[in-house]
Design a binder for this molecule. Structure first.
Ligand code: PLP
Length: 366
């Protein structure tokens, strides 16, 4: 009997990478429009001028993208009023997460983050060979910044603050963030993930860019995927002081952001008025949904992103809720043991959501 020759073995952390569970696609049903409310996507068509810019850029597909993404850097620099050397673009802000771990963590270094929070954190951290230190949210589904500061140890290199928090919704206040930053050692990098910054309407909102400019250990990450509606094109950016931004650019995937994505992002930045109008529409729908769900008896935490969170910890109740949503042709995003996240989509999707049964055991609205 011959033995098999040894096969290539991935690094020991690779098997430990949790699987990313993508939002399910809607199931088509005759006569009923199905709505995908499972990935926090933007329900609107491209902003004015964006499709034309992307289509024109697609004609350049035989060429590599502008590796320096110079038009995008210039447009971001003008929009944010920060010098280009304070910026790093990437293939979505998920790309930035991978780059942050690659640039700042040795194998076994720790990354402190809230939990439950963005699903990509444990994936990016583990894939990069670092170790995640999840810190439970407070009972009202907020970051427990005191506990996060206390979780910083010898091996902590990075702390991630997700505001508003995906999937639960509440945002951190600037005063809270400032108090937290005062407790974080200067060699520990604080990443402020502002994927939903455009939707925030809370008092004392975080100003991530000003915070990054004021602190040599803060990076703010943002994305074109949510408010700008470019999730399919994969563009995100970071703002930080030049040494941090340079480290992020150094480990980026060469030519990662495609020509089409760069052109679409630049055109989107030029469509400010239309963007603000859409964001306001989503915010108005969100606030209507939040109020309606609370009226029904749901215990919904503050919602500052383009989604709401129903804390349903009992897996059976969660399954029943997801089934009732499916019955209404709404695809939602369950997180077993914690609850369900529902994106704010089309007006009709909001109406249907509000017509679903209330919490199990509570009377169904009148
Ligand atoms: C959606 C989301 C992102 C954005 O990811 P992209 O890679 O830019 O599409 C980043 N952080 C959080 C918390 C998110 O929910």
């Amino acid at each position: 009997m011959t033995e098999n020759p040894p096969a290539p073995v991935p690094r020991s952390n690779v098997l430990a990478i949790p699987a990313y569970v993508p939002g399910k696609p809607p199931v088509a049903r005759p006569g009923v429009t199905a709505y995908k409310l499972s990935s926090n996507e933007n329900p609107f068509p491209p902003l004015p001028g964006v499709l034309a810019a992307a289509t024109e850029a697609a004609g350049q597909m035989n060429r590599y993208p502008d590796m320096g993404a110079s038009a995008l850097y210039e447009a971001l620099s003008a929009r944010l009023d920060v010098p280009v050397d304070h910026l790093a673009t990437a293939t979505g802000s998920v790309g930035l997460l991978y780059q942050l771990v690659a640039a700042f963590c040795e194998p076994g270094d720790e990354v402190v983050h809230a939990w439950r929070s963005f699903e990509a954190y444990p994936i990016a951290v583990t894939a990069g060979g670092a170790v995640g230190v999840p810190v439970p949210l407070t009972v009202d589904a907020r970051h427990d910044l005191d506990a996060m500061a206390a979780a910083i140890g010898e091996r902590t290199r990075v702390v991630v603050v997700c505001t508003p928090n995906n999937p639960t919704g509440p945002a951190v206040a600037q005063a809270e963030l400032d108090a937290f930053l005062a407790r974080v050692p200067s060699h520990v990098l604080v990443v402020v993930d502002e994927a939903y910054v455009e939707f925030v309407r809370s008092p004392d909102p975080v100003d991530g860019v000003a915070t990054a400019l004021a602190h040599p250990n803060v990076v703010v990450t943002r994305t074109f995927s949510k408010a700008y509606g470019l999730a399919g094109f994969r563009v995100g950016y970071a703002v930080a002081q030049p040494p941090l931004a340079a480290a992020l650019r150094a480990v980026s995937l060469p030519f990662g952001v495609s020509t089409v994505a760069q052109a679409a992002a630049v055109a989107s930045l030029a469509a400010t008025d239309a963007l603000l109008e859409r964001v306001d529409t989503v915010v108005a729908r969100r606030d209507r949904v939040l109020a309606g769900l609370r009226e029904r008896g749901w215990d919904v935490p503050d919602a500052q992103g383009n989604f709401v969170w129903l804390p349903i910890t009992d897996p059976e109740h969660l399954g029943a809720f997801v089934a009732s949503a499916e019955e209404a042709a709404l695809v939602v995003r369950p997180f077993v043991g914690d609850g369900v996240r529902i994106s704010i989509g089309e007006e009709e999707a909001c109406d249907r959501l509000l017509a679903l049964p209330g919490p199990t055991g509570a009377p169904i609205g009148d």
